[in-house]
Design a protein around this ligand. Structure first.
Ligand SMILES: [Zn+2]
Length: 115
């Protein structure tokens, strides 16, 4: 069965157009400018990782659905990835890899991080 265009079509079209115009680098610079700080996380395998048990398997991901082949945890794929990324940020802040430390959006933020 073919899927319809879905929700927020105009907003997604605008976002896609913006990404094409500025590229991911421009998008990242804008987020860094607007955000208090940015914690870059490694996105590799996030779409294949279970937010409940941490098992990594490509078979768990089926289009927009996620169903862990190890523990049976089921969720929409996007919230599953969001939970994993949300956990990675604080983990990187507290003893993570140097490359994962937050990128301060301003010098003021940089001083706060050093304190
Ligand atoms: Zn699982």
């Amino acid at each position: 069965m073919a899927e319809g265009p879905g929700r927020n079509v105009k907003a997604r079209a605008r976002l896609n157009r913006e990404i094409l115009t500025t590229g991911w680098g421009g998008r990242r610079r804008m987020v860094e400018y607007k955000a208090y700080w940015v914690i870059p996380v490694d996105p590799r395998y996030t779409s294949r990782t279970c937010a409940a048990c941490g098992h990594v398997d490509a078979r768990s991901r089926r289009a927009r659905a996620f169903e862990c082949v190890a523990c049976g945890h089921a969720d929409h794929a996007n919230p599953n990835v969001a939970r994993i990324i949300r956990r990675q940020g604080p983990a990187l802040l507290h003893g993570g890899e140097r490359s994962g430390l937050p990128t301060p959006a301003s010098r003021e933020t940089d001083r706060e991080l050093a304190a």
